[in-house]
Design a protein around this ligand. Structure first.
Ligand code: F6R
Length: 359
């Protein structure tokens, strides 16, 4: 039931702080240590390579998870689009471990990969929002997202829940492997800070509605740009805008713009820079300025400690690897208000189904 909300999507965006807190209560013990089934950690510890498999938004969440797993567990991790992996399987390592990301647990493209994985008797873990879903039943292990039912076609809280659960897994596996950095990473406190930060962003809806109306309601195309983790959020942000507002949006590695795509920038093209990482903030800013010099309307989503006078949207500071949990939220709301402003059916965009059970 969406209660007083006009659309499920807005309700689900607003539920994200509560989902973060639920994940903390499900996956941490009294002492503040992550509690993950030891059988999962023991199996993962044997792997020489982790293959994350997902489609759409779940694939995007995997891009963030890979970074966390590599940082804390030191196991090389690649992220794969399920429909590609199913028909063009790359050369695998000797001891692969598979992580399936799927909100619904029913995506046919991802299941196709799992069938192959099971035929080879490779170990697997599904992160899903739906207990006893197909991908949960057929994988070796399951971890639930605890996001509550997601009804809107555009995935929001499942993306942030997937990243949070991946972070729990990365910390737990890192600790299991006796990594000092994993031990020192106070993820429980950080997820609490994330929940508060999400709340602050969802409390500023009016600003985001105004930005959407001013910059995104008319143009037929738009760009999100960033580097590293900010790039991974840029492709998720662009997907949200595309699927519910029908603006042709592209997420782009900002350093790549000058290698061709900048030709598309014209007067009034919205270019939204995501800037949360110390090492690349200056670079993304100068890429954004290059688009501005060609007529773009530059908009910024910036972590507070990097903010400057003219920034558009400033988000609270959290652990550098967890910034996607916050930077995506304004993008979800910009997509929502752009769709709403055009009078579209936000929850049920054309041509799309909630769960894609065909290949
Ligand atoms: C986008 C969206 C889709 C899904 C994709 C995978 O907002 O919802 O891209 O993420 O169809 O679905 P799941 O996660 O259920 O496997």
């Amino acid at each position: 039931d969406k209660g007083a909300y006009p659309y499920y999507m807005l309700k689900e965006v607003d539920e994200q702080p509560a989902v973060m807190r639920r994940i903390v209560s499900e996956y941490f013990d009294q002492a503040g240590n992550p509690s993950v089934d030891e059988a999962i950690l023991a199996e993962m510890a044997k792997a020489d390579h982790i293959y994350i498999i997902g489609a759409g938004t779940s694939y995007h969440a995997g891009l963030v998870g890979a970074r966390l797993l590599e940082k804390y567990a030191h196991i090389p991790t690649s992220v794969n689009i399920s429909s590609e992996f199913a028909y063009d399987r790359p050369l695998l390592s000797q001891k692969p471990f598979f992580i399936f990301l799927s909100q619904s647990g029913e995506t046919a493209d991802s299941r196709q990969v799992l069938v192959d994985v099971n035929e080879h008797q490779w170990p697997s873990l599904t992160l899903t929002n739906v207990d006893k879903s197909t991908l949960s039943r057929e994988a070796t292990f399951t971890m639930l997202l605890y996001a509550g039912p997601e009804i809107a076609v555009a995935s929001t809280k499942a993306y942030t829940a997937q990243i949070a659960v991946e972070a729990v897994l990365a910390k737990a596996l890192g600790m299991y492997l006796a990594d000092d950095q994993a031990q020192a990473f106070d993820l429980r406190a950080q997820l609490g800070a994330v929940a508060n930060g999400m709340q602050a962003i969802t409390d500023s809806k009016e600003d985001l509605e105004a930005i959407a109306a001013r910059f995104l309601s008319k143009p037929r195309n738009a760009f999100y740009i960033g580097r590293g983790l900010d790039w991974t959020v840029s492709i998720e942000a662009a997907l949200k805008l595309k699927e519910i507002s029908y603006v042709q949006a592209e997420g782009f590695a900002s350093g790549e713009l000058k290698h061709g795509t900048i030709a598309l920038i014209e007067e009034g093209t919205p270019v939204i820079g995501i800037i949360t990482q110390d090492r690349t903030a200056g670079l993304t800013r100068s890429n954004l300025e290059e688009t501005q010099a060609r007529g773009a309307n530059a908009i910024t989503i910036v972590a507070r400690h990097l903010a400057q006078d003219n920034d558009t949207i400033v988000i609270p500071d959290v652990d550098a690897d967890l910034t996607p949990l916050l930077s995506v939220v304004p993008a979800q709301l910009l997509a929502y208000y752009t769709s709403l402003g055009k009078g579209l059916d936000v929850d049920k965009p054309r041509n799309l189904a909630k769960s894609v059970t065909v290949m």
